[in-house]
Design a protein around this ligand. Structure first.
Ligand SMILES: [Zn+2]
Length: 146
């Protein structure tokens, strides 16, 4: 199934540009994973999932409710959310850490802090991976937290 958004949305580009600048190497929309996650970083065994607040129902003020076709939207959102849950479960089963970056966390006033936290987590998870520290449940981080 294709994603709702196309590739290369602005939030994804913002994240990828920063990761690259910090020296992270990654795969984009990797078909080897269900849901073709936006960014896969093998060195930190981490998938970064950049999510649009409206499409994936973050619950923040960007998750507005359209005035018409409400039934259509409800159906669409429920499919998106169910798919997100299935994808995440699959990634976790494979032992992959997961970071969700919500679009609103990349608004100009919050962007720098979000990107710093993202890079700091990746660095610590890469260290853990290099040291082969076993984890039963992969790390999960959500920026911002719901
Ligand atoms: Zn949001």
């Amino acid at each position: 199934m294709s994603k709702i958004r196309g590739r290369d949305t602005l939030p994804e580009i913002v994240v990828r540009r920063r990761l690259f600048a910090e020296g992270w190497r990654f795969r984009v929309c990797d078909r080897r994973f269900v849901g073709r996650p936006d960014v896969v970083i093998p060195k930190a065994r981490t998938i970064v999932d950049v999510r649009g607040c409206f499409w994936h129902r973050h619950g923040c003020k960007e998750s507005t409710m359209p005035k018409s076709n409400v039934a259509f939207w409800m159906e669409k959102w429920s499919k998106n959310v169910r798919r997100d849950i299935r994808n995440e479960a699959d990634w976790a089963k494979g032992g992959w850490n997961r970071i969700i970056v919500w679009e609103c966390a990349l608004a100009p006033s919050r962007r720098e802090k979000t990107l710093e936290r993202l890079c700091a987590k990746l660095a610590s998870w890469a260290v853990e991976r290099a040291a082969a520290i076993p984890r039963r449940i992969p790390h999960r981080l959500e920026l911002p937290r719901k």
